[in-house]
Every structure is written in C-alpha cells, then in structure tokens.
Design a protein around this ligand. Structure first.
Ligand code: COA
Length: 425
C-alpha cells in the first residue's frame, strides 16, 4: 500500500518538541523527512533527560520516528551550499527556531521563494506579531499565555499547567494541518506559501470554551460551574473550575475503591440529563427522579455537591473498572483515571498501534505512542528515530546527487558530518 504523503520531501529544521511532533506526523503519513542537525550535537533533546548513558534520550526517540538525519553546519559556506540544495529539492521547510534565527542563516522567505517557488515554509514561534514576538517560548509559557493556566486548577488554588503538551505537541498538530492544507493549495496554484503557527494561538484555540465562558459572564453567573451551586460569586474573568466539565453536563472525578493507597483509583462521572433516571436507581436514590429539587438539570445545579457526594458513596464501593462496566450497561458516560503504567499495558491500544514497541540499535526495545490518526488505505508503520547524522552520506548522494568525490570532500571539510557514530569511533 502506498503512503498518503509518499513523494513529499520535508526539510526538517526542527528541534525540541513542537516542530518535531509536526514532522513526525508527516513522516508517519509517508513523507520523506530529512532532519538537519548540528554536527556533533544534534537536536538538544538527544542529550536531555537521558536515562541511559550515551544513548539518545526517550525525549528524542519518541519525537523523531520515521525520519532521516543529516548533520551540517548551517553557518559555514559549505554547510549553506548543502542547505540551499536541500531547499531547492524539498517541498516543505519546517522550523521552530527562536525568532530571527532562520533569517540569520540567510534563509528568508523571499530568498526561499525565489530559489524554489513551490516550497512551503512552515514555522512555529511562541507568539504571533505583537509585543512578545521576539520571545523564546517553551511549553508552559504557552500554556500560561494562551489562557490554559488561568482556567486550570481549583478556584482556591494557584493557576496550573496541564500534563498534556498542548503548547508544543498541540502547536505541532496545528502546523501539520497548515502544511497539508498548503500542499493541497499548491496543487491548484503551483506555488508554496508561508504557514505560521504561534504557540499562544494554538493553546487559545484549544481553550476556546473558556473564552466562550468569559463572554457568558457578561450575561450572568456560569450556572453549570460548581462555584454557582456553592453560592460563591464570580469575578470578572473565567474562573478555574476544578474538574467540572467544560460543557453543560456536570461531571466530577470521584473516589473509587482503593483510593486510600492508589493515587489513580478514581473515575470521571458525568450526570448527563438523558440518563438521570438510571443514575438515581444505581446510587439508591430513586426518589430524585421525580423530586422537583432534583428532577431537572436546572433544579440540580444548586445541589451538585450533595449529588456528587452521594454518587461517590456508590463509586467508593467499586473499583474504577467495575464501576465503568456497571455504568456502561446504562450508557452513563464515565471514564477511569488510567495511570501511564496501565496505559502502557493496555492490550487494545497495542492492537491498534497507538502504543508500539520499537527496536533501537543502542537503546534496545522501548515503548512509544504511534500515530493516533488512522488512515484506512495507508496505515502508519513506526520506525525508530535516526542516529545523529546516520543518513548524511545517503542524502548527499541520493537526494542531492553529489558525486562520490564531492561527498568525500564535503564530509572531510568538517562542516557536514558523516555518520556521526562512525566518525566518533
Ligand atoms: N548549524 C549551525 N547552527 C545551527 C544549526 C546548524 N545545523 N541549527 C541551529 N543552529 C543555530 C541557529 O542558527 C541559532 O543560532 P543564532 O541564535 O546564532 O542565530 C541557534 O542554533 C538555535 O537557536 P534557538 O532556536 O535560539 O535555540 P535555543 O535553544 O536558544 O532556544 C527555543 C530554544 C525552543 C526556546 C527557541 O528555539 C524558540 O523559542 N523556538 C520557537 C518556539 C518553540 O518552538 N518553542 C517550543 C520548543 S518545544
């Protein structure tokens, strides 16, 4: 079976997390992703959070599958020459350097467009144009500046960041969509274009419901928030809502059997209006089905604490999986709080390729997250991340058509690394 993006060549000038998640997705869909790295060092994440000495970190391996690596020094004339050959050869250049870094290498949009009018230039920056456009930005900065932190956590606690990497991986996803959209547009116009994604914007896009609530506040209190039922007045901005659901169906995280010693013995429970009757029966409060104080969603809003305390008395009698089985019989929406240990062992996730085992020459076998987007006619196959400079020779010869003599000359010039591993031996 052919891959959906087969034939698309990506000049991957990304590092750390946001850019690499984008190019990894494109690689999973079959694009030829050529990762350009600095000789001797490579992507900084290769050496960050290392769990094994002299082995590419999981941070790097889990963000750079299915790619090829070439090492070159983009600040030397020879390195620049190779880089420009790549620009002319590839369809997309993806980068997430600090603002201005690409232009300092001489790679401005005007020059790129002139050298290869079909090329798409895709960039991640922390902020779009404005007062913070020159700032360097990492994940949690974007979560804070994009509205996520101010709306995450409990009302009486400090703002919180989330474990999901919505600033980095979230922006990578947005950028990937921008790139395939520009590739589609190119089939009509024949021309490339710039694709810009700011991490602040991507986080805000994912926090859309919180901006919705900001505007609803102008017209009265947010009645589905627990805060409303507790009689606590609202301020002038969307508050932190703990584990309340973001929609109109009240939900909470409740203790299950074993919570005293297991930090993840919890269940998310949603009191969806359509299944209120079976909920009342299951928790032993059949009278609440008709009692005017509980029978309608509106009537229940001031009693949410009481209602969830009663539901929790029931969930605490069952472990999270048992509770899930019982509730699903009645289509009552709920979700077990799964630990990473439980997810790693999940048979269904392994069967679908969402959790995969990968073999790596220096690390051995490790687990990673495969492509969460499943295409029926071109399924993804996860292959290991490249060693630093592993494909330098191959790319110089087969992609850029340098002769053997030229490859030797370049490799020995010190500005373009050969297979770094071999060079180091
Ligand atoms: N050869 C020679 N030099 C290279 C090179 C190569 N192959 N690859 C990169 N470099 C140089 C760049 O030219 C730049 O040098 P300059 O500042 O002298 O122009 C430098 O390495 C890299 O710059 P920078 O991007 O500033 O790295 P950093 O480690 O200082 O900052 C970030 C890291 C992530 C904060 C920054 O890149 C950034 O803000 N990126 C945009 C937002 C983003 O993606 N953040 C999330 C990261 S997960």
């Amino acid at each position: 079976m052919s891959k959906a993006l087969e034939g698309v060549k990506i000049l991957d000038f990304t590092h750390v997390q946001s850019g690499p998640t984008c190019t990894q997705l494109l690689a999973w869909f079959g694009a030829d992703v050529i990762k350009v790295e600095r000789p001797g060092a490579g992507d900084a994440t290769r050496a960050q959070l290392q769990d094994l000495p002299d082995v590419d970190s999981l941070y790097f391996t889990m963000l750079n599958h299915n790619k090829r690596s070439i090492t070159l020094d983009s600040k030397t004339p020879k390195g620049k020459e190779v880089l420009w050959r790549l620009v002319k050869e590839c369809d997309v250049l993806v980068e997430n350097f600090a603002p201005g870094a690409l232009a300092r290498m001489g790679l401005t949009w005007e020059k790129i467009h002139e050298a290869n009018p079909r090329m798409i230039l895709a960039s991640v920056k922390g902020f779009g144009p404005g007062r913070y456009e020159e700032c360097k930005v990492y994940e949690n900065v974007a979560q804070c500046a994009g509205g996520s932190a101010s709306t995450t956590g409990f009302r009486d606690g400090i703002p919180m960041v989330t474990g999901a990497q919505i600033g980095d991986s979230g922006t990578g996803l947005h950028l990937a969509l921008g790139i395939v959209t520009a590739l589609f547009h190119r089939t009509v116009t024949g021309l490339g274009q710039k694709v810009d994604c700011a991490m602040q914007d991507s986080v805000l896009n994912l926090c859309r419901v919180k901006l919705r609530d900001q505007q609803r506040l102008d017209h009265g209190p947010l009645t589905e928030y627990s805060q409303f039922g507790e009689g606590i007045p609202f301020g002038d901005s969307t508050p932190r809502a703990g584990n309340d659901s973001g929609g109109g169906q009240p939900g909470r995280i409740l203790k299950c059997k074993g919570w005293e010693h297991d930090p993840n013995a919890y269940l998310y429970f949603i009191t969806q209006a359509a299944v209120w009757a079976p909920i009342c029966d299951i928790i032993g409060e059949p009278g609440w089905k008709t009692d005017p104080g509980y029978a309608t969603p509106k009537a229940r809003l001031p009693h949410l604490n009481e209602i969830f305390t009663r539901i929790e008395a029931w969930t605490m009698k069952h472990d999270k999986f048992e509770a899930m089985d019982i509730l699903n019989e009645y289509d009552i929406p709920c979700g077990p709080i799964l630990s990473m240990k439980e997810i790693a062992a999940d048979e269904s996730l392994r069967k679908t390729g969402t959790i995969v085992e990968v073999e790596h020459p220096t690390r051995g076998t490790y687990l990673t997250v495969g492509n969460p987007i499943k295409l029926s006619a071109s399924p993804s196959e996860v292959t290991r991340s490249p060693l630093l400079g592993e494909h330098t020779d191959e790319i110089l010869r087969s992609v850029l058509k340098y002769t053997d003599a030229e490859v030797d000359e370049i490799a020995h010039s010190g500005v373009v690394g050969r297979i770094e591993k071999i060079a180091a031996e």
